[in-house]
Design a protein around this ligand. Structure first.
Ligand code: UDP
Ligand code: MG
Length: 337
């Protein structure tokens, strides 16, 4: 090991002691962003240096295939303000962020995307807001530069839905540019797409949350890693969180409701058939469509409950095992004081 150089191998515990001298740890998840990275790091450095803030940048390479990892490794050996955490493969943005939180040493953590869509010039403003006494400051892309139909509309719906379900109404859950007091993110159990629910998860733990408008730019290089598939996964995560909340306290409210509904539906159909038979004297033994409908309803309810149980089991599995959601290949960086 060279003078002052930290090169951790796989499995090495990365969390260092908090460094009170650092004003902020900037965490960036990176998946195939090699063209953006030089611009991004320059913009972060100049924004924070201009504001007179001491900082460290933690870039987490999430199994890039375009050489982002090599670039980040070389850069971390060259400069003092960067730590590059290279994951073994692509684990997803949530896992990459969780790794970043693990290695962050400042009492304040800021996250932003590696594609220059968020503007590092906004970081000092977010930190000032934290200093006002908030635990989490969420960016709001008031003038978001993404496709309207495939991105803005689904995310508008998602924001409404998430707000309703979690009780924290934000305009823009999906904005990656956020600032957190380190304790808020330090011990979060993240998996799936949960990074976007951080404000809601923090709120459950009693965090004070606010939202401020931030700049947003169109992607200059590369392309978005997400499509409609993510919307689906996010909705599924949301459903799980919702049922998790209810299930833990009153499981009967979940299963009882569906039980009641399906019983009610069966009874109504039964009464209707009885009426046909007794009231109108019709024969009811030859109605395959009706039987099919009943079967579909029953099977649907069963499947839903099974899905739910499976989700809950998975969550219990994740939380009880303490199994990491990512594995680290290498951590490169000089000791930053
Ligand atoms: N990202 C990641 N792992 C992934 C997908 C994305 O670390 O599997 C990073 C990506 O490099 C970027 C951020 O997460 O820094 C957000 O991704 P993207 O810009 O594609 O999402 P969008 O802005 O389109 O929502
Ligand atoms: Mg982006």
């Amino acid at each position: 090991m060279k003078d002052g150089l930290v090169v951790a191998g796989v499995g090495e515990n990365g969390r260092d002691a908090r460094d009170e001298g650092l004003a902020v740890s900037v965490v960036v998840p990176v998946y195939n962003e090699v063209e953006s990275l030089p611009h991004l790091l320059a913009a972060i450095s100049s924004s924070l240096a201009d504001a007179g803030l001491s900082y460290e940048i933690i870039c987490v390479d999430d199994g890039s295939k375009d050489g982002s990892d090599r670039w980040l490794k070389a850069e971390a050996l060259r400069r003092n303000d960067l730590r590059s955490v290279l994951l073994r493969r692509n684990y997803g943005q949530t896992a990459a962020m969780a790794a970043g939180f693990y290695y962050a040493r400042s009492h304040s953590v800021v996250t932003l995307d590696g594609d220059l869509q968020n503007d590092p010039a906004d970081i000092p403003m977010l930190l000032a807001k934290l200093d006002e006494g908030y635990d989490l400051v969420s960016g709001w892309r008031k003038h978001r530069q993404d496709a309207a139909l495939t991105r803005l509309l689904p995310s508008k719906l998602a924001n409404l839905l998430i707000g309703r379900v979690t009780g924290v109404q934000l305009h823009d859950y999906g904005c990656s540019l956020k600032a957190y007091r380190a304790e808020v993110v330090a011990d979060m159990n993240l998996y799936g797409e949960l990074h976007r629910f951080l404000p809601a998860l923090a709120y459950i733990e009693g965090a004070k949350i606010t939202e401020v408008p931030v700049r947003h730019h169109a992607r200059r290089f590369g392309q978005s890693k997400y499509g409609l598939g993510r919307t689906f996964r996010v909705v599924m995560d949301l459903l799980t969180i919702y049922f998790m909340k209810t299930f833990l306290t009153r499981p009967m409210h979940v299963f009882g409701l569906f039980g009641l509904l399906s019983t009610a539906l069966g009874t109504i159909i039964g009464l209707y058939l009885t009426f046909l038979k007794l009231g109108l004297g019709q024969s009811i033994g030859n109605r395959p469509l009706l039987i099919l409908a009943v079967l579909l309803v029953v099977a649907g309810v069963q499947l839903f409950c099974f899905g739910l149980l499976a989700e809950l089991l998975m969550r219990t599995y994740h939380e009880s095992q303490g199994r990491p959601i990512y594995r680290v290949r290498e951590v490169i960086g000089k000791n930053i004081k």
